[in-house]
Write a protein that binds this ligand. Structure first.
Ligand code: ATP
Ligand code: MG
Length: 583
């Protein structure tokens, strides 16, 4: 492709809403242009990168026996009502009516549509297994779209779904996709970790995320500094080092005045008890928020060590809710306890109390008295209040013991890193097949729900993640596997006939060797062209100019380290191929 004939425009400055390097670079290199928040047009360069990634995905999935299909983007409400996700997904689904007043939504994910597709044709165990995928545009009405393609409202996803006779077969398909994803992300040359994750409202039990490691990542990961254990903080088990086995003194609980002490820090200062030994009590509503008639407040209390934080995902799972529960307002807390949040505690409450396992061993501790400006001391679990459940509810922290190797002789500890979720594999079980009556006749002729798995890759997000991980101050450094073009030719003196001719010969020869070649033949100054070449970031650049050609040479440059070698013009193709091969 010749630049002079292309619709490619670079920008000196990034748009104001671009906060992270990859978003800035994508906009500056003309890869994307914003249409509305979270909605972008992909320019030709971005589309080329996307297509290359899609080809890699197709190769890896097809070779593993998956079949590509294409489902609609517009879904009838009825299918989503069958699984109750029409309600559960809330405003994340973009819903609308057609001219006949029938309800539809845009596809945010395709479990319902594919389960409907498969149930229509699968009759017996002989029709299974089947593993179908598509590469398609999704729409999610994200509250806060940001970072360009990282969190878009409209984005491209590869989604796959497996259907099996039983759990063992489904887990085999899970492993097949897990390996396929590894092969895909390895081919891209990305640095990534595979982490344990929360199944979210897709349902299911076994699940892993593929996380590209980057400072700008929205996901917070806990990785062991000693073994290979890694988990999203949403689910990272929190094990306390040195759990004390103290015994209670037997002293009775006693209230004392704590005027103006509203925070754990203030309480710690006055009482001299470290924050890690104080107990804080928080209040959440377990109302789903989905049913407008469900207005009576259903609160729960959560107690945890003063220096710990509630993990909303763990709490959601402990309470068996579809979505993380909301904190009560100060006013609601007062309704429930009779006091303001700074003076609340578990003693005397008439609502379920959940305690975090890190405080399960506490004795003779201090809690709010449920009277303003009063606390209780010498409080003990069991004697003074009875928890509904003790569970791991807190957010894990760097330094916590690794759940995998934490009890070994050389225990590992958590290190905290940031990641971008580019892929996700789920074992779903029969959640969707049961809800939608997708059954097969087993060998005994008994109708049996199909075992399912689902597997996503954020295709557009992956492209930007690659840039986030591979760039320098001057621009993008494309990994060869998804570079829009392999080679970027800079024609330094396009006004000279001889230069134009030589460039043309090399351009065609490189193409004849199967390379994707981009040629900057614009009538621009060399400085402008070099800057743009660095910004666009193709793996290899060739400078072709009058001065070099007089000596019979052209310049061959590796984008990654900008190292330059002069090669004979007639060897340009051979040398370019060799350099590309070495990347
Ligand atoms: P997230 O936690 O980032 O919101 P998710 O867990 O809801 O993502 P999945 O349902 O697992 O997403 O979707 C599969 C893949 O699609 C994700 O791993 C991610 O790479 C991509 N993806 C999800 N939401 C977006 C989005 N808003 N913009 C771009 N890519 C997305
Ligand atoms: Mg996910």
């Amino acid at each position: 492709m010749r630049w002079s004939k292309s619709h490619i425009y670079t920008l000196k400055d990034a748009p104001n809403d671009a906060e992270i390097p990859s978003h800035k670079l994508m906009a500056r290199a003309g890869l994307i242009r914003k249409v509305a928040p979270g909605i972008y047009t992909y320019g030709n360069l971005a589309l080329r990168a996307l297509r290359k990634l899609e080809t890699i995905i197709r190769q890896e999935l097809d070779s593993r026996g998956c079949q590509e299909v294409l489902m609609p983007m517009v879904h009838p409400a009825e299918l989503w009502q069958e699984t109750n996700r029409w309600k559960e997904m809330g405003d994340g689904l973009l819903k609308f009516k057609n001219r006949n007043g029938q309800d539809f939504c845009l596809g945010a994910t395709h479990e319902e549509v594919i389960t409907d597709y498969v149930r229509k044709d699968v009759k017996s165990y002989r029709d299974l297994p089947v593993n179908l995928y598509q590469i398609q545009t999704k729409y999610r009405d994200e509250i806060r779209p940001r970072f360009g393609l990282m969190r878009g409202r409209e984005f491209i996803m590869k989604d796959a779904y497996s259907f099996d006779v039983d759990e063992a077969a489904a887990l085999k398909n899970y492993d097949l996709m897990y390996d396929g994803y590894k092969a895909i992300f390895d081919r891209l040359g990305l640095q990534y970790r595979i982490v344990q994750a929360d199944a979210g409202n897709i349902g299911g039990s076994k699940t892993h995320e593929f996380q590209v490691l980057a400072e700008a990542g929205e996901d917070h990961l806990m990785v062991c500094d000693s073994c290979s254990f890694a988990a999203n903080i949403e689910v990272a088990p929190a094990l306390s080092a040195n759990q004390s086995q103290a015994t209670a003194s037997g002293a009775l609980k006693e209230s004392f005045a704590t005027p103006g002490l509203k925070t754990i820090a203030a309480l710690s200062k006055v009482t001299g008890v470290p924050e890690s030994k104080l107990v804080k009590t928080m209040f959440f509503s377990t109302n789903s928020g989905l049913d407008p008639k469900d207005t009576a407040l259903k609160p729960v209390a959560v107690c945890l060590a003063g220096n710990d934080e509630v993990n909303p995902i763990k709490l959601k799972n402990v309470l068996g809710l579809a979505n993380p529960p909301l904190l009560l307002t100060d006013e609601e807390v007062r309704q429930v306890t009779g006091a303001s949040p700074g003076s609340c505690g578990p003693v005397g409450l008439k609502i379920p109390i959940y305690i975090d396992s890190a405080m399960a061993g506490f004795v003779d501790f201090i809690v709010g008295a449920n009277t303003d400006d009063q606390h209780l001391k010498n409080v003990n679990i069991g004697r003074d209040f009875t928890p509904a459940k003790t569970a791991d509810i807190r957010l894990a922290k760097a330094g916590d013991l690794c759940p995998e190797c934490g009890s070994s002789s050389k225990p590992g500890h958590y290190r905290s890193v940031r990641g971008i979720e580019v892929g996700h594999v789920f074992y779903l079980g029969t959640k969707y097949s049961k809800a939608m009556g997708a059954t097969y006749l087993n060998t005994e002729g008994v109708p049996t729900p199909i075992e399912m798995g689902c597997y996503g890759i954020g295709v557009s997000r992956t492209i930007q993640s690659a840039i986030e991980q591979s760039h320098d101050n001057d621009g993008i450094i494309w990994p060869r596997a998804i570079a829009p073009f392999d080679v970027h030719i800079v024609v330094l003196d396009p006004d000279q006939e001889e230069v134009r001719q030589s460039a043309e010969i090399i351009y065609r020869d490189l193409q004849a060797h199967g390379l994707d070649v981009f040629m900057d033949d614009r009538a621009e100054r060399p400085g402008v062209k070099f800057k743009d070449a660095d910004l666009l970031g193709m793996p290899v650049r060739l400078n072709i100019g009058g001065r070099g050609l007089k000596e019979g040479v052209v310049e061959l440059i590796k984008r990654k380290d900008k190292s330059m070698t002069k090669v004979k013009a007639e060897d340009a193709t051979e040398q370019t191929l060799a350099l590309l091969k070495s990347l």
